[in-house]
Design a protein around this ligand. Structure first.
Ligand SMILES: Cc1cc2nc3c(=O)[nH]c(=O)nc-3n(C[C@H](O)[C@H](O)[C@H](O)COP(=O)(O)OP(=O)(O)OC[C@H]3O[C@@H](n4cnc5c(N)ncnc54)[C@H](O)[C@@H]3O)c2cc1C
Length: 465
């Protein structure tokens, strides 16, 4: 154990954020108690408290590095369980506007586990930490505080069995990791505090996901086929091998601004057929479905600005999606949560309980870059409401050019994957070497630009959905 800070910390929520925070807190507290409404230990599949876990979840490169740092050998542990890691640019077939980005070895590791599989492996490692306790099947009803409401002293919890009563779980520190539906804003209001300001970007997104056993192999040596949505082609997909493959795949179709992938099998297939990349529809049309399609709606990205609050109770922190839930298409959520776990570790290093104001300032710094990257890109869709500064417009126009150039220039694909993977800041895309390469490709003639890169002509691909 590192610097002992206090006796007991209670984590509300035991999903990715709760688990990564628990890893760090276990070095600083005698006891780490994770409270969750779901059963967690030994669960390997989707669960009710995380309905989004049924849909494609990619861990981007920075997140993989942090997880491997927290749990050395995690990647090998997953490989032994049938997950096939690969290179982010060399082993994933990325398409933008129907054109394949030129592959190369980026040196960044992609671990294409499903969300429940990734969470299961992380949770197994947390379960092995002796001073972490799981309280499963408990609802969090609220906070316990001193009579003046200045300091949080624990959490009010209730077992999800009939006839059970609310009980108070005392704690030196309480951390809300209950995700997007977090009740902290309402609890603050009940205690006489202001709620955090909410910044929203309405995107009207939905995922619809189905699993199949394929009769043909569209992947070759690749792990996944990902047509990324763009303002020109807002329909997208994540199509990848399930752990232990054997022809089994997960396909998440995505649609923005109310253009949602249907959950009836015919509508689902027709939507797949309308993608600007033919191989996904061709692979599933004669495949064996393993389940029915399920949908998840994500109306808006939301950032709760706790760092702007003037007053906040002591001994309470908020992390993960409870602070910011990003447009999932950019796959940032778990990695930002991982970055926040490093922030938490830094704040505990002093040997004292973290002060909320300072902690929230640093969490806002974790969130800001990824938020600007994804919310800024969303403003490239004409139907997304929000203020478009000249800088946003310029950035979106430049990124579109860079992606087009990355069809021919693997160095630009790598640069984009490093920025999207939160390895490099988005400004790295503007390094002189990258700008020069983008300009060089802008001068290509259109015929030259099209040669051999387009998966299919749009007129061939669009189906009536
Ligand atoms: C469709 C979709 C796809 C996504 N894809 C990606 C991706 O590709 N890559 C990526 O990095 N991120 C992705 N994300 C985001 C990612 O899921 C989250 O960022 C990540 O799960 C961290 O969330 P969290 O732990 O803060 O909250 P959650 O995962 O929402 O977990 C909250 C936990 O709190 C528990 N809980 C909630 N309320 C209570 C209560 N009152 N009492 C007791 N327990 C409670 C729940 O049971 C749950 O276990 C995606 C999100 C969505 C919606």
């Amino acid at each position: 154990m590192g610097n002992r800070v206090a006796d007991r910390v209670v984590l509300l929520g035991g999903s990715m954020c709760g688990l990564l925070a628990a890893r760090v807190l276990a070095d600083a507290f005698a006891e780490v108690v994770i409270v969750d409404r779901d059963d967690l230990t030994d669960v390997t599949g989707p669960r009710r408290g995380v309905p989004h876990g049924r849909h494609a979840h990619g861990l981007v490169a920075r997140g993989h590095q942090i997880l491997e740092g927290h749990f050395p050998g995690l990647t090998e542990q997953m490989r032994a369980a049938g997950v096939e890691p690969g290179d982010f640019n060399g082993d994933i077939r990325w398409y933008v506007n129907g054109r394949r980005l030129k592959p190369s070895r980026s040196g960044l590791v992609s671990v294409p586990a499903t969300r429940p599989v990734l969470e299961h492996h992380v949770r197994r490692r947390v379960q092995n930490i002796p001073n972490v306790v799981f309280m499963e099947g408990y609802d969090v009803a609220g906070l316990a505080t001193t009579p003046d409401g200045d300091t949080v002293t624990g959490a009010r919890i209730q077992r999800r069995t009939e006839g059970s009563r609310e009980e108070v779980l005392d704690a030196d520190l309480v951390i809300d990791a209950t995700g997007r539906g977090s009740r902290t804003p309402a609890w603050l209001a009940d205690l006489g505090y202001a709620r955090p300001e909410e910044e929203r970007v309405t995107i009207g997104l939905a995922y619809t996901t189905r699993h199949y056993r394929l009769r043909s192999d569209p992947f070759g040596d690749d792990l996944a086929i990902i047509p990324a949505p763009t303002p020109d082609h807002p329909r997208g997909a994540f199509f990848y091998k399930l752990p232990g493959y054997g022809g089994r795949i997960e396909l998440s179709l995505t649609g923005m601004l109310g253009d949602h992938p249907p959950a009836d099998p015919e509508g689902f297939e027709a939507f797949a057929r309308s993608l600007p990349v033919p191989e996904i529809y061709e692979a599933i049309r004669d495949a064996e479905p393993l389940d029915d399609p399920v949908s998840f709606r994500f109306p808006a990205s939301v950032w709760r600005h706790y760092e702007r609050l003037g007053r906040f109770p002591e001994r309470l922190l908020v992390m993960g999606d409870a602070v910011c839930s990003f447009n999932p298409l950019y796959a940032q959520g778990m990695t930002v949560t991982a970055l926040e776990s490093l922030t938490l570790r830094r704040h505990l290093a002093s040997g004292r309980l973290p002060r909320p104001a300072a902690f929230f300032r640093d969490v806002a710094a974790n969130v800001r870059g990824p938020w600007e990257f994804s919310a800024g890109a969303d403003l490239g869709y004409p139907g997304v409401e929000g203020r478009r500064t000249p800088r946003t417009r310029l950035a979106n126009a430049y990124v579109a050019r860079l992606q087009s150039a990355a069809v021919h220039d693997a160095r630009l694909g790598d640069a984009f994957i490093r920025a999207a993977g939160l390895i490099d800041p988005p400004q790295a895309l503007l390094r002189p070497a990258n700008v020069t390469r983008v300009l060089r490709h802008m001068w290509r003639r259109p015929a030259e630009d099209d040669a051999g890169t387009r998966a299919v002509r749009q007129s061939d691909a669009v189906a009536d959905v």
